[in-house]
Structure formats: structure tokens, C-alpha cells
Design a binder for this molecule. Structure first.
Ligand code: NAD
Length: 787
């Protein structure tokens, strides 16, 4: 073609990236086994084909790891861990730095292997996957260097089991391995069986840089291998990225095991376009939101919400832009889109699209021709979708978005949150007031204003609601790979069974202070719905009766908490004032509380009351100081990490230290803006009745704190089951820990459950940043700027 002809047609010529080096690498590795204890191990079990989704060609065979292979890898990681953790942070930093450098030196090989394995385009692997993976290792070399200074009093966890999906194989590997190693953990990583190539090449890189054997182990395999890893008693933490369905299985599987769990799951993220947005920029945003990586992106902007007044214009622009997308050979540098991961995935996507059409939505597809071979899906979007339809609620995980219109910002917020997920959101408006207001209201872990799918190793990434819990990247990500130094090994015993109120025990005759405790719900004292009480025994016999709360009372309390939304919105200074006021009112009644605790038989009654007053001051002090950050990410971006309250937080207080144990949990939760439904000590609940008198005089809004008494474990289970409880803290016996962790799989609420006894009087155990961190979830808000 002559230059003149090229200028006339302005068409793209082919611009293929050479696959020679990658093909040579693949030819040298026809069977991918495992990487255990620094050695490549031939598989002992079955193998399956590794297929290039763009051509359907079989590239290699990959092992399906067996239980024995998982066991060998965990053992190697355990053996290596103590030495790895004992290295100075600087030495670990050198290894992580070497990983980053070696990745960069082989960036083309990694980029092409990823294209062949996954079907995504070379433009994306070259410009996004590989550079971001390298950036992750650099960033975490930094955390290794700074660990002792920045996380004093923390230790690594031990061996981390890590399970990753196929949509960003190398990048997810980096997100998992880098923070784990920086913190002094060792890892056993299981790649997705569909995309094992780059993890294998990464294992070679570990050998090349002289990483001590056993620090990184890679066991290939499918779900059965993942299940064996998750169930292995030798791992201290499980980090998972994948579907919400498997996340739920893993929550149940690890319940009660003591393993720390973080889950990065699916999403159905809103992409919100206001009438004052730069519409052309927003259309380019759609390209990056839903057509990037064939839409196989957990945080894809898959629900486009457009303000009604510009909807027609916006959709016309979107349609025109979509028609220009180029789909085809992903090794061609001019392609926008490649193949989806497999024919199975293609069929799943097409079936969901058919369901959308059957439910009455209209599907618009790009007119691009599909290559004859390979699993390709033409990009598109739906119009005429209703919020409750399958395609509006189900993650399609392909290049098709739904569209809806809205009229007001309130309606946009409602629609944005009309999903069980909460991973990300993208907001387009030239009016920052509007955009930030909505960013504040959308329940999602990552918010992009006038942009989408920005990532950086310094910016925490992770979900809310059924998109999972835990963060990857930045300081928040590091916190998920360390633990505060162990407090105590002794396990808490289950409290004595409840004593019914019999006529003989009905009156607390021996007590100078006769108390009949009620519940405290929505700012009012309330009798238990079932009309039942139970007897409370103190040092010298029965000291009173407490209301026996049931499921209905939990529901009432959660509803009251749900209505007290104002508490999260008042200034931190206001919350601090309320906590100071609580301390003041408690101080005025110090003698009375001390007497009540003496009667209850707690070992150090006066010290407990005084420590509670002091703790209220401490959390009042932190209320306006536990700040978010401005995080250094890309140039021309302000990236905020905000510590957000969960909303309604359930608390099941320990049986010991009836006042201090309960208040050590309520205070940080309130200080951070959560509304609380708290269950008092089962055996000494009467103190709760005195506490609500303190709350009543402390200006705390009705419903912000609710107190229940009764059978702790059955109330805990109801709280764990309840979808409107956003997070749960449980301090009980080991079997209770297992029960609440398992029950929480319903809405995947984060659970902090501890069976180890704490000495609540000891400030090192009873208060600290851990409580504030647990009381909040990080929201990362990206704001690019520039004209
Ligand atoms: P998947 O959940 O089936 O598989 C993910 C990984 O888990 C794979 O390695 C798989 O082998 C393993 N696995 C499957 N069953 C298992 C079990 N019972 N026990 C242990 N491990 C098991 O998901 P997928 O189909 O591979 O990936 C697509 C999904 O992942 C999408 O829903 C997407 O939203 C989600 N995803 C989320 C993120 C995120 O950061 N939140 C990132 C990428 C993908």
C-alpha cells in the first residue's frame, strides 16, 4: 500500500507483536507442574490443557495439584517462614526490588505470555498489567524497608494461602505476593488453571534472584486444589480473589479455624454521568470501564446511569464510539479488544445477554466482525433495562453494560446502591460539589471521579458489602498481612447457661440494689418482646433479673440503628463531645457503678469504672484524629483514602469485665460514626441497665447505640445472619466464633471474632489503633485534575 493510499483510507495496517520468544518459552515448558521449596516439581496427578483463547490452540498442559502437593508446599513455606521473617526489612526489600527489576527486564516476555494465555490485548498487558505488577513490587520493597518503623508491635502472620483468578493473572499474583513477603510472611499461591503461564515464569524469576527456597511456592490447579489450600491447617491466612460464590464457600470453610481471611470478589459497579459532565470524556471512560479487558474486570463500570436530560445525546455518542472499537488478534497493537477467557465464558455471557433480551431489554452490539476461531464476544450495551432485571443485578463479566437514566442526585445514589455488591463506582460531573457528595454516599470501596479503572500500588483497592473485605495496596493493604503481637493464649470459656426466673429466685432479696434490666432500643427502654427475663447471680447470690432478648428484639434494634443515620454524618468533633459527656456522666456515678460491679463480683470494680472513663476520653480524642490520607499515586491526581464507618455494627461483648469489656468495644465503634447494636455480658448484664441511663443523659441520638441482654451466642447468630448489620465484633468462646463466622457468609459482612481472653484493664490489650481500624473500612477516592 502506498503512503497516498494509506492517507486516503486512514485504515489500520496489521501491527503484530512478535510472539517468538514467548513461543520458545512455551515450547520449553510443555507441562507446567509446581514450584515447591525452590524447585520445579513434575505433577503427580492429572493435567489439563492450557488454551490460547484467541486461537483455540493448546499451548501446554498444567497440573491439577493434589492435597499431597499442597501439603508439601505449605510445609516448605512453614519451614522458610521464621528465617524470612527474621531477616532485616532491608534484606527483604532487596528481594522485592529484585523482583521488580527482573520483571521489568523481561517485560516483553511477560506481556506476550499473558496475551497468549488470557486473550487480552498486548496494548493492555504491555501498558497496564506488567508495569502495574512491577510497580507493586517496588512499592512493597518500600514497605519491607519501613515495616519496623511503620508497624511497630506487629508481627507477620505466617504462611499465606493465596488464590487468584484468570482475568489479571500476573497483576493479581503481584497484589498477593508483594505485601505478604514485605511483611515477613511466606506464601503458597494457586493461579487459575486457565492462566498459569506468567506465574510459572515468575517462579523462574524467584530462582534467578536467589530467593530463599520455600518463601514463594506455586501450586497449580483448579477449585479442588484451592479448596485443599484453604483447608490446610498450616496456613495462617487465606487471601482470595474471585467470584462471590466461591468467596462465600471459603468464608464457611475457614470459619472457626483462626485463619485470617480477605476476599476480593465480584462487582456490579455504577458508572454515573451527570448532565454537566464532559460527555466526550465520559464516553472514553465507558471504553475503559466496560470494554477494557473484554469487560472481565471485577470493578468494571457495568451499570451506566445517565442523567435523563443528556441520556439521548450520551447514548448516541456511545454508540458511535462503540462502532469504532477494533476487536481481533490480541497480539496486534492496534486492537482494542481481544478474546474472552474461554468458550465456556463466552457461552455464559451470551446466555446472560439472551436472558436480558427475554426480560425485555434491548441489546445494542458493535458491528465488528468476529474472528473465525477463538472465544470472542462483540462489545455492547443494553437499553430499556429495569433495576431488578437479571442483567442489572448479575455480574456479566463480559463487555456489555446496562444503561438506566436518573433525574436527581438522590435518585442516582439510590440506583448506584441498588446492588448487593460494593466494589467501585465512577462519577462524571464538572461540579466537584456534586461528585464528592455522591462519592460520599455510594457504598463502594473505590470511587473514581471523572475517570475509571485507575490503579496504583499505593491506593488501597477492595470492596464493601458482597464485594468482600480487606484491602490490597498501600498501608491498608499491609495491615491485612500483619497482626498485633499476640495478647493472650488462654481461650474464653462459654458463659454458664441462663438461669430461668423461678419464684424462689424471682426477687433479689439479698441485694441492696434491686435491678430489673430492660433492653435499650431506639433511645428507649424496652421490655423483651417475648416478655421473658433471666436471673443474674453475683458474688453473694441472685442480684437481679435481666431482659431475655430474642430475634425480634435484634430486628427492632437493627431497625432503630438503621434509622439513626445522622450519627455518621455529624462532625467528628460532635461525636467526641458526646463521648466526653458520657465520661463525665459516668464519673458522676462512679460510686454507684463501682458498687454494682462489686456486687456482680468482678475482680477490680473501681479500676474497671475508672478505666472506662479514661477510655471514653481516649476515643473522644481519636474521634477527630483517626484521619484518612492523601495518597501519592499518579501525577495530576488527588487520591484520598477515607476511613468510613460501616453503618450498623453488631457487638457481642465478652463475658468478662462487664462494663469495661462492653465499653471498650462500643466507644471506638461510636467514635468512628457507626451505629451500634451491642449485646452485654451474658452473665453480668445488669450493668447495661445503668449504662443506658448514662447514654440517655449524654446527648447521643436515639438509635445510635442499642443494648441487648440475653443468650449471647444466639443473639450473635441473629446479628451475623442479619443483612442490615454491616460488620460484627464477637468476643466469645471458640464454638461461637465458628458459628458467627460461618453465618456471616450470607451478606459477607466482615467479622472480628476472638476467643482468646483479653485483660481489658491492660491498655495494651483493651484499647488501641486496632479497634479504630476495625471500626472503619477504607474508601479510596480518585480525583484527577488539570485543564
Ligand atoms: P472463581 O471464583 O471460580 O475462581 C477464582 C479462583 O478460585 C480460581 O483460582 C479457582 O481455581 C479457585 N477456586 C474455585 N473454586 C474454589 C474453591 N471451592 N475453593 C478454593 N478455590 C476455588 O472465579 P473465576 O471465574 O476464576 O473469576 C471470575 C470472578 O472473579 C468474577 O466474578 C470476578 O468478579 C471476580 N474477580 C474479582 C476481583 C476483585 O479484585 N474483587 C478480581 C478479579 C476477579
Amino acid at each position: 500500500m502506498s503512503i497516498k493510499e494509506i492517507m486516503q483510507t486512514m485504515d489500520y495496517g496489521p501491527a503484530p507483536e512478535s510472539a517468538t520468544d514467548a513461543q520458545t518459552w512455551i515450547a520449553a515448558h510443555p507441562v507446567l507442574g509446581h514450584f515447591i521449596n525452590g524447585r520445579f516439581v513434575a505433577p503427580e496427578g492429572a493435567t489439563v490443557d492450557v488454551v490460547n483463547p484467541a486461537t483455540d490452540a493448546v499451548l501446554a498442559q498444567v497440573a491439577i495439584g493434589t492435597e499431597a502437593e499442597v501439603d508439601a508446599a505449605v510445609k516448605a513455606a512453614r519451614t522458610a517462614q521464621a528465617k524470612w521473617a527474621a531477616l532485616p526489612g532491608h534484606d527483604r526489600a532487596r528481594y522485592l526490588y529484585a523482583m521488580a527489576r527482573h520483571l521489568q527486564k523481561r517485560e516483553r516476555l511477560f506481556a506476550v505470555l499473558e496475551v497468549l494465555d488470557n486473550g487480552k490485548t498486548i496494548r493492555e498487558t504491555r501498558d497496564i498489567d506488567v508495569p502495574l505488577a512491577a510497580r507493586h513490587f517496588y512499592h512493597h520493597a518500600g514497605w519491607a524497608e519501613l515495616l519496623a518503623d511503620e508497624f511497630p508491635g506487629h508481627t507477620p502472620l505466617g504462611v499465606c494461602g493465596q488464590i487468584i483468578p484468570w482475568n489479571f493473572p500476573l497483576l493479581m499474583l503481584a497484589w498477593k505476593i508483594a505485601p505478604a513477603l514485605a511483611a515477613g510472611n511466606t506464601v503458597v499461591l494457586k493461579p487459575a488453571d486457565l492462566t498459569p503461564l506468567t506465574a510459572y515464569a515468575f517462579a523462574q524469576l524467584c530462582v534467578e534472584i536467589g530467593l530463599p527456597p520455600g518463601v514463594v511456592n506455586i501450586v497449580n490447579g483448579d477449585g479442588s486444589t484451592g479448596a485443599a489450600l484453604a483447608g490446610h491447617p498450616g496456613i495462617a491466612k487465606l487471601a482470595f480473589t474471585g467470584s462471590t460464590e466461591v468467596g462465600r464457600i471459603l468464608r464457611r470453610q475457614t470459619a472457626g479455624s483462626g485463619k485470617k481471611l480477605t476476599l476480593e470478589l465480584g462487582g456490579k459497579s455504577p458508572f454515573i454521568v451527570f448532565d454537566d459532565a464532559d460527555l466526550d470524556a465520559a464516553v472514553e471512560g465507558v471504553v475503559d470501564a466496560i470494554w477494557f479487558n473484554q469487560g472481565e474486570v471485577c470493578c468494571a463500570g457495568s451499570r451506566i446511569l445517565v442523567q435523563e436530560s443528556v441520556a439521548e445525546r450520551f447514548l448516541a455518542k456511545m454508540t458511535a464510539r462503540m462502532a469504532k472499537l477494533r476487536l481481533g488478534d490480541p497480539l496486534d497493537k492496534t486492537m482494542d479488544m481481544g478474546a474472552v477467557i474461554s468458550h465456556r465464558q463466552r457461552q455464559r455471557i451470551e446466555a446472560l445477554l439472551a436472558a436480558g433480551e427475554a426480560e425485555g431489554a434491548t441489546l445494542h452490539r458493535a458491528p465488528c466482525p468476529l474472528p473465525a476461531k477463538g472465544s470472542y464476544v462483540a462489545p455492547g450495551f443494553f437499553t430499556g433495562t429495569a433495576p431488578a432485571q437479571t442483567v442489572s443485578q448479575t455480574e456479566i463479566f463480559g463487555p456489555i453494560a446496562t444503561t438506566l437514566t436518573f433525574r436527581t442526585p438522590d435518585e442516582a445514589a439510590l440506583l448506584a446502591n441498588d446492588t448487593r455488591y460494593g466494589l467501585a463506582a465512577s462519577i462524571w460531573s464538572e461540579n466537584l460539589n456534586r461528585a464528592i457528595d455522591l462519592a460520599n454516599r455510594v457504598k463502594a470501596g473505590v470511587i473514581w471521579i471523572n475517570g475509571t479503572n485507575f490503579f496504583d500500588a499505593a491506593a488501597p483497592f477492595g470492596g464493601m458489602r458482597e464485594s468482600g473485605f480487606g484491602r490490597e495496596g498501600g498501608r491498608a493493604g499491609m495491615l491485612d498481612y500483619v497482626a498485633p503481637k499476640a495478647k493472650s493464649g488462654a481461650l474464653r470459656a462459654a458463659p454458664a447457661p441462663l438461669a430461668p426466673v423461678s419464684p424462689a429466685l424471682g426477687k433479689a432479696e439479698r441485694s441492696p440494689i434491686d435491678v430489673t434490666a430492660k433492653l435499650y432500643i431506639g433511645g428507649k427502654q424496652a421490655r423483651a418482646d417475648g416478655g421473658q427475663s433471666y436471673s443474674v447471680t453475683g458474688k453473694a447470690g441472685v442480684i437481679g433479673q435481666a431482659a431475655l432478648a430474642g430475634r425480634k428484639d435484634v430486628r427492632n434494634a437493627v431497625e432503630a440503628a438503621g434509622k439513626a443515620t445522622g450519627w455518621g454524618g455529624v462532625t467528628a468533633h460532635n461525636r467526641a463531645q458526646v463521648l466526653y459527656f458520657m465520661a463525665e456522666n459516668l464519673a458522676q456515678r462512679e460510686t454507684e457503678f463501682t458498687a454494682a460491679l462489686t456486687q456482680a463480683g468482678t475482680p477490680k470494680p473501681q479500676a474497671e469504672v475508672q478505666a472506662t472513663i479514661r477510655r471514653a476520653f481516649w476515643y473522644a480524642a481519636w474521634a477527630d484524629k483517626f484521619d484518612g490520607r492523601v495518597t501519592a499515586t499518579k501525577s495530576s491526581h488527588v487520591t484520598l483514602t477515607v476511613n468510613e464507618p460501616f453503618g450498623t455494627l453488631g457487638i457481642v461483648a465478652p463475658d468478662e469485665a462487664p462494663l469495661l469489656g462492653l465499653m471498650s468495644l462500643i466507644l471506638p465503634a461510636l467514635a468512628m460514626g457507626n451505629r451500634v447494636v451491642a449485646v452485654a455480658s451474658q452473665s453480668q448484664p445488669l450493668i447495661a441497665a445503668r449504662l443506658y441511663q448514662v447514654f440517655e443523659t449524654s446527648d447521643i441520638p436515639a438509635g445510635a447505640v442499642n443494648l441487648l441482654t440475653g443468650d449471647s451466642d444466639s443473639l450473635a447468630k441473629t446479628l451475623a445472619d442479619h443483612d442490615d448489620v454491616a460488620a460484627l465484633w464477637y468476643f466469645g468462646a471458640a464454638n461461637g466464633v465458628a458459628a458467627v463466622e460461618s453465618a456471616s457468609a450470607g451478606n459477607l459482612k466482615p467479622v472480628w471474632a476472638e476467643a482468646g481472653l483479653r485483660d481489658w484493664l491492660d491498655p495494651a490489650q483493651g484499647l488501641g489503633m486496632e479497634f479504630l481500624t476495625r471500626a472503619t473500612q477504607v474508601k479510596t477516592i480518585w480525583m484527577p485534575y488539570g485543564v
